[in-house]
Design a protein around this ligand. Structure first.
Ligand SMILES: Cc1cc2nc3c(=O)[nH]c(=O)nc-3n(C[C@H](O)[C@H](O)[C@H](O)COP(=O)(O)O)c2cc1C
Length: 235
């Protein structure tokens, strides 16, 4: 009788311990799952863009435009506008690879983070986007020293609402590209070049404009260098 009682107590204790252990394992599983979910969400966040749903998703390094560069000789210039540094990073790699000069297009009134908030109906970019006559962005300089010495001009910009960010327009309109090979390039979160290059070529009215290339915002140096090598311009 005594032995039976001890057996019953032991059985109860063993059951209680295994139940507790089971709960612990379940709690651990939950924690692991939550941590994984958080990591995934964080990794996806930077991909959001104003018009992800509207524009074509293209432009990986594999989609390099087979640009027929005339290579008219002379020096190479890399002109760019960059609001948050992505296009500038690409411009730096191109300039380094071709041994060219750089020229940054700087708005007299630089774009603040608030100015660039495309989710705000009243932000500067949203107003400029909605009213074409507000897109004449004055630049600190729109002409380049020794312009005639450049046979090849790269021109870089971020994609804004599917087109070239408009601060490049003033430069394109102010210069004569006659006799020059012009190679547009852009960075964007997901949109392709779209017609951005063609529209700039129309505004310029001169120059041998090439198809150009779009890079994703955080493109690697290697991918940009590969593109420049394909153009046959790298040193
Ligand atoms: C006002 C605004 C509009 C944008 N529109 C687009 C767009 O239409 N498609 C896209 O893929 N990315 C869009 N983006 C993301 C930028 O193109 C991308 O972050 C780019 O690499 C920024 O270049 P930057 O750092 O040289 O300014 C937009 C960003 C801003 C600020």
């Amino acid at each position: 009788m005594k032995a039976k009682k001890i057996g019953a107590i032991l059985l109860t204790a063993v059951t209680a311990v295994s139940l507790l252990a089971g709960c612990g394992a379940a709690a651990e599983d939950n924690q692991t799952e939550t941590a994984e979910q958080t990591t995934q969400v964080e990794a996806r966040e930077p991909e959001d863009t104003p018009d992800d749903s509207e524009t074509e998703n293209s432009g990986s390094a594999e989609e390099i435009a087979r640009t027929e560069t005339a290579g008219t000789g002379g020096n190479t210039l890399v002109v760019y506008f960059s609001a948050t540094g992505n296009t500038e990073a690409v411009a730096d790699v191109i300039a380094g690879a071709v041994g060219g000069d750089s020229f940054e297009l700087k708005p007299v009134q630089p774009y603040s983070d608030d100015d660039l908030d495309w989710t705000d109906d009243n932000s500067r970019v949203t107003r400029e986007h909605e009213n074409e006559n507000e897109r004449n962005v004055e630049l600190t300089a729109e002409t380049v020293d020794n312009w005639d010495s450049y046979g090849t001009v790269f021109i870089g910009y971020p994609i804004w609402w599917g087109i070239a960010a408009w601060p490049v327009v003033g430069f394109v309109e102010a210069n004569d590209f006659t006799g020059k090979t012009v190679i547009p390039f852009a960075t964007s979160s997901s949109s392709g070049m779209g017609e951005s290059g063609e529209l700039l070529a129309e505004l310029a009215g001169t120059g041998e404009w090439q198809e150009g290339q779009r890079f994703r915002s955080g493109v690697s140096e290697e991918d940009v260098q590969t593109w420049v090598e394909e153009l046959g311009l790298s040193q």
